[in-house]
Design a protein around this ligand. Structure first.
Ligand SMILES: Nc1nc2c(ncn2[C@@H]2O[C@H](COP(=O)(O)OP(=O)(O)O)[C@@H](O)[C@H]2O)c(=O)[nH]1
Ligand SMILES: [Mg+2]
Length: 323
């Protein structure tokens, strides 16, 4: 059975099929559909083909470094099979993409066995942190967990109220920072509240100021330090919330955050929009940080766990997966 048919079979057993296909529709147009059109002019894995492939990869937001790596690996793999068909070349291509994602092992979500598990959500303004905080809370509350929020975005007017509203709707307490106050102070209050009330999960919605890297680093470092003082091992998870529609720009943002703090996961938001999903591969290859969840809308239940097989199938749906 070929890799593509295995992918199709694995995908057919998944629960989130419709959401994946809808979320990656745009990527499938720029990737799967575009690739399938190359079949008619295919004369083997030659320079012309690799050049076209590079363009398609770049248009899908894979980024130049990862695109070059994919092409090099494909060239190497096809070398021993001079009369390889288009279908098998596509099989190799998708296999290589999986290999690149799998090269660095995913870090699982870290749970604090002895008390509250602390999550930091980081990212630039508008990336979807507050909405993601609500989505995560919705998911965990439905799993029977006690969730509390810290509104630590003290810099953006209205940011605290926005989270407070979600807290009311989801019935989760919100520890509010003071507008223009020190976000770390809010984190300390939140940790103490969580300990006292026996919360299972504390989601800290932080500010995302990227204008000044030194300040960002200092602020993140302080938030890390104060939370660790309150709750052992905190923050147990630091997740970067990234607007997938910002493409390669999002990748450079992610690089700055990764230099400033130890990221343990990425949440890609706005995958329901015009986003091109190649960014998933670029992030994993360059930052070695796994994509954990996808945001597929503005409602609390519009969050889906990331699944590699579903991703690979959805972006390449335009290809023939049979045989
Ligand atoms: N379509 C769509 N919109 C989203 C998603 N996540 C967030 N948004 C919207 O993006 C905007 C900014 O989100 P917000 O959570 O306030 O960003 P923050 O500044 O990082 O806290 C809001 O209008 C959200 O409704 C998503 O997955 N899909
Ligand atoms: Mg916010």
């Amino acid at each position: 059975m070929s890799f593509l048919s295995k992918l199709k079979e694995a995908f057919s057993k998944k629960e989130d099929k419709a959401q994946y296909l809808a979320g990656f529709q745009k990527t499938n147009e720029t990737f799967g559909d575009a690739l399938s059109k190359m079949e008619y002019e295919f004369h083997g894995c030659d320079d012309d083909f690799l050049e076209q492939l590079t363009i398609i990869l770049l248009e899908s937001d894979v980024g130049i470094e990862t695109a070059d790596l994919i092409c090099d690996k494909l060239k190497e793999k096809c070398k021993d099979f001079p009369s390889l068909t288009f279908h098998w070349t596509m099989n190799f291509l998708m296999e290589i993409m999986k290999e690149i994602y799998d090269e660095y092992e995913d870090v699982p979500v870290q749970w604090n066995e002895n008390g509250t598990t602390v999550f930091f959500l980081e990212g630039v303004n508008g990336s979807g942190k507050t909405t993601t905080a609500a989505k995560l809370a919705y998911m965990w509350v439905n799993q029977g967990k006690k969730v509390a929020f810290v509104a630590a975005d003290t810099f953006r007017a209205g940011a605290i109220d926005q989270l407070a509203e979600w807290g009311e709707r989801l019935n989760c307490p919100v520890i509010k920072g003071r507008e223009n106050g020190d976000p770390s102070a809010a984190i300390v209050d939140g940790c103490r509240f969580a300990k006292e009330k026996g919360a299972d999960i504390l989601i800290c919605d932080t500010a995302g100021r990227l204008q000044n890297k030194v300040n960002l680093m200092k602020e993140l470092e302080k938030m890390n330090r104060v939370s660790a003082r309150e709750i052992e091992g905190a923050p147990h998870n630091t997740w970067l919330v990234l607007d997938a529609t910002t493409g390669q720009n999002g990748l450079s943002q992610a690089e700055v955050f990764a230099q400033s703090t130890k990221l343990t996961g990425i949440i890609l938001t706005k995958m329901d929009g015009t986003a091109k999903g190649g960014i998933v591969l670029a992030i994993k290859h360059k930052l070695h940080v796994p994509v954990l969840y996808l945001g597929l809308g503005e409602h609390p239940d519009d969050l889906r766990p990331f699944d590699l097989d579903s991703y690979l199938y959805s972006i390449s749906e335009g290809l023939n997966h049979n045989g």
